[in-house]
Ligand binder design. Sequence first.
Ligand SMILES: NC(=O)c1ccc[n+]([C@@H]2O[C@H](COP(=O)([O-])OP(=O)(O)OC[C@H]3O[C@@H](n4cnc5c(N)ncnc54)[C@H](O)[C@@H]3O)[C@@H](O)[C@H]2O)c1
Length: 438
Amino acid sequence: MNISVFGLGYVGCVSAASFASDGHRVIGVDVNPQKVATVQAGHTPIVEPGLDELILRAVEQGRLTATTSTAEAVNESEVSLVCVGTPSRRNGSLDLTYLVRVAEQIGHALCTKQTYHVVVVRSTVLPGTTHEQVIPALEAASGKKYGEGFGVSVNPEFLREGTALNDFRNPPLTLVGHNHAADASGTIGLYANVQAPVVNTSIRVAEMIKYTSNTWHALKITFANEIGNVCRRLGVDSHEVMDIFSQDRKLNISPSYLKPGFAFGGSCLPKDVRALQYRAKELDLDLPVINSILDSNRLQIQHAIDEVLEIGRKRVGLLGFSFKAGTDDLRESPIVILAEALLGKGLQVRIYDRNVSLARLIGANKEYIEGQIPHLSSLLRTSVQEVIDESDVIVVGNASAEFREALIACRSDQVIIDLVRIPVDRAQVAAEYRGICW
Ligand SMILES: NC(=O)c1ccc[n+]([C@@H]2O[C@H](COP(=O)([O-])OP(=O)(O)OC[C@H]3O[C@@H](n4cnc5c(N)ncnc54)[C@H](O)[C@@H]3O)[C@@H](O)[C@H]2O)c1
């Protein structure tokens, strides 16, 4: 393919040289004439192991050239990769000056171009940026309509500086966000020689994945460091701990617990986070990330309370009372906290949970109910239908399989607040459906 790459920084240079070595014909564009001259001379303008050799070979073979002329680059390519910087402003917001300017410049060049052109956003941008900034700038400058004269896709880059060439060659996946199949095929065609699964999604999801990934990486590092600081004070080898921790691919390094939904609870997580926090405090250790976990969890419960109160209806039915499906454990169940808050606001609450039957409760759980929440036991109903019949708002608190049918049985005048994203065909749900964080 014929590709133009806008921005000869880290991402642009690595992309340009790697695509050229895969056999594509690449034109690098930068506003900085020095960078352009460096690439034209067969050298890298940035420090990255192996890049100088790759650029030299590509330039010698005539597959990589560089220019400051946008018009020349757009006219001689089918696809333009936008790799300009999106730095932070002083207040932390994203500075889109370079991105919008490059979109305007490409747009001007598209005015006179007869063939369909795909603009691929590789810069890191927040969800909505492509639709609200890039596409309008391209449309205004080109006088053409998105999807007719030109296409746009989002193809975030996941490379790490220092290992960028290897990361380019062996990415975990190739992510392409697009709204039109023609834009996707133009982008996916670039990666014919890269062995990685191609994931197609919408533009907004692709934009968000980059932020989710980078925030996750940052969280992993700070979490591991905080655990390491505790380990050091306790005379435990943090590397042995994290090596063994990482061997658990079911719960630790896995998709487990990565489903947005309601707060955690139960007899272990809150207690154990609290105990670690307390021990760190005794050791005079500050753990900002770990210390914020329970606060964040409390806010999620408050968020659910606010969602119910905002509806302004009086009768609320809770489906699921224990902290997760398939258990009768009510200790630190966030649904119990939700129920108490709603009662405190004067709402009528009805509760159903097949595992929480007072007659069957024994041991710690019975003690917990009798000691902590005896007033809630009178609100328990023995069937889902009773709760539906007596409520205006239905809150789904855990993912019991029977609640899927319950949602379908709800009336059109009811509102459902789903805290767990029950797998249900929404077309079959007559009631108004709201998710807590989706
Ligand atoms: N550096 C990384 O490791 C990395 C990894 C993944 C994603 N990203 C993202 O990729 C984007 C680029 O990052 P970078 O580190 O390569 O940036 P960079 O600052 O190294 O390079 C950006 C280049 O764009 C050029 N430029 C600015 N305006 C231009 C215009 N109108 N036309 C042509 N060129 C123009 C600049 O002169 C500069 O050379 C950012 O959004 C960044 O967040 C970076």
